[in-house]
Design a protein around this ligand. Structure first.
Ligand code: PEP
Ligand code: MN
Length: 444
């Protein structure tokens, strides 16, 4: 493995989706400071996750990756993090029962602050300003001051990520994630919500399984704590490069700002800076593949990102859209599989299904999200390959950002509580509903 390239070398490759800072000295100062900060995760934990992703690629585990499209600093509160974690744990219990394998829990959190945008500028009422690129870059508020890219925010990302991850670690090891507790929340959902009632049968089955375990005196450690991993799109070269460290055990470089990092659909150019950076780090990594991705591109990416074909190293996160997955995915999976390439296939059921409503909201249909997951399972079952997991954008709060679902949210209802600063998220009830529906697909 060659030395990790310098930031300058990476930028020389023409990195896509980077902010235009107007104060290079301030950027350099932020990077210098970040390089001195303690790691947020340990390389050993990243290796542990890699082994679990490898298990998922063999069908011996199932990945649930979820959280915000874009975290914000103001929302990095205890309540928010707790709600997000709680709903992911609730989903995971349902999926574990249905899949009969461990669910690998990966949050889009503690670092998901930088966003790629389709346009560099945004115009409102004749005023044009830089597009919002996530709290890591600039503010959401539509004023020149707020939209100016501020390198100090890179340090804010570090601190917000550290406090979020600290809370997640405390919650997941300190009793909050107790299996019986999580199941009790699910039972409450089934009992108290009109939507939940449909899933009474499965909840009762889980209940019986837990009661049986208790009756025989089984009380393993796993009942009381869970492993939970962090992930984000590693988009901003300054931040990701500064958070890359040599692991003292192995002398190999890891991105220590998250357990898993992924390459977005807009930055996966084979000769681009992101692929070059990702090639050198040893974390488990993801790469998004949209409907325009060809099988040859996927093979070239795999050859470059995982030349030794290490299991668990590379996850292809497909995001075709419900209307395209059944036609587009088979060829990709078939060819990659035929070449003996070891990857985990995860279904991002969100990003191919986004559209704008007539009243100006970016949304998705719950039914499309589910249909894409169903298509994903159908394709893999037909080919005899392994669906390794799903990726969702969701929150533990009762927001109104995605239409449909058991509560039948419609376009007008979106205005009620639309809080996402980028993409629409499944709310708490939609997330749980999705878990039960995907559970039914897994059991078929
Ligand atoms: C995302 O995951 O929020 C995202 C921007 O996805 P993609 O790169 O697939 O568009
Ligand atoms: Mn998104």
């Amino acid at each position: 493995m060659t030395e990790i390239p310098t930031l300058e070398q990476l930028h020389a490759l023409g990195a896509a989706q980077q902010p235009t800072y107007d104060d290079p000295a301030a950027v350099a100062a932020a990077v210098t400071r970040l390089r001195t900060m303690p790691p947020l995760v340990f390389a050993g934990e990243c290796d542990e996750l890699k082994a679990k992703v490898a298990a998922a690629s063999r069908g011996e585990a199932f990945i649930l990756q979820g959280g915000d499209c874009a975290e914000t600093f103001v929302d990095a509160t205890a309540d928010n993090v707790r709600n997000k974690l709680r709903v992911l744990l609730q989903m995971a219990v349902v999926l574990t029962y249905a899949a009969s394998v461990p669910v690998v829990k990966v949050g889009r959190l503690a670092g998901q602050y930088a966003k790629p945008r389709s346009s560099d500028k945004e115009t409102r009422d004749g005023v044009t300003l830089p597009a919002y690129r996530g709290d890591a870059v600039n503010g959401f508020e539509f004023t020149p001051e707020s939209r100016r890219p501020d390198p100090q925010r890179l340090l804010d990302v570090y601190h917000a990520s550290a406090s979020t991850l600290n809370l997640v670690r405390a919650f997941t090891t300190g009793g909050y994630a107790d299996l019986r507790q999580v199941h009790t929340w699910n039972s409450e959902f089934v009992r108290n919500s009109p939507v939940g009632q449909h899933y009474e049968a499965m909840a009762a089955e889980i209940d019986r399984a837990l009661t049986f375990m208790q009756a025989i005196g089984a009380n393993p450690d796993e009942f009381h704590r869970v492993d939970f991993y962090s992930s984000h799109e590693a988009l901003l070269l300054e931040y990701e490069h500064a958070m890359t460290r040599t692991d003292s055990r192995t002398e190999l470089p890891y991105n220590v700002s998250a357990h898993m990092v992924w390459i977005g659909e807009r930055t996966r150019q084979l000769d681009g800076a992101h692929v070059e950076y990702f090639r050198h780090i040893r974390n488990p990594i993801g790469c998004k593949l949209g409907p325009t991705a060809t099988a040859d591109e996927a093979l070239d990416l795999a050859a470059k990102l995982n030349p030794t074909n290490e299991p668990g190293r590379l996850t292809f996160i497909t995001r075709f859209g419900a209307g395209k997955i059944r036609e587009g995915l088979p060829h990709l999976v078939e060819k990659v599989t035929a070449e003996g390439v070891d990857v985990a296939w995860v279904c991002d059921a969100m990003h191919g299904n986004t559209f704008e409503t007539s009243n100006g909201y970016k949304t998705r249909r719950f039914e499309d999200v589910l249909d894409e997951v169903q298509g994903f399972f159908d394709v893999h079952r037909a080919l005899g390959t392994t669906p390794a997991g799903i990726l969702v954008e969701n929150t533990g709060d009762d927001v109104t950002e995605i239409i449909g679902g058991g509560e039948e949210l419609d376009e007008l209802g979106l205005a009620h509580r639309y809080e996402s600063v980028v993409d629409p998220r499944l709310n708490r009830v939609q997330s749980l509903e999705m878990a039960f529906l995907v559970a039914e697909m897994l059991r078929r």
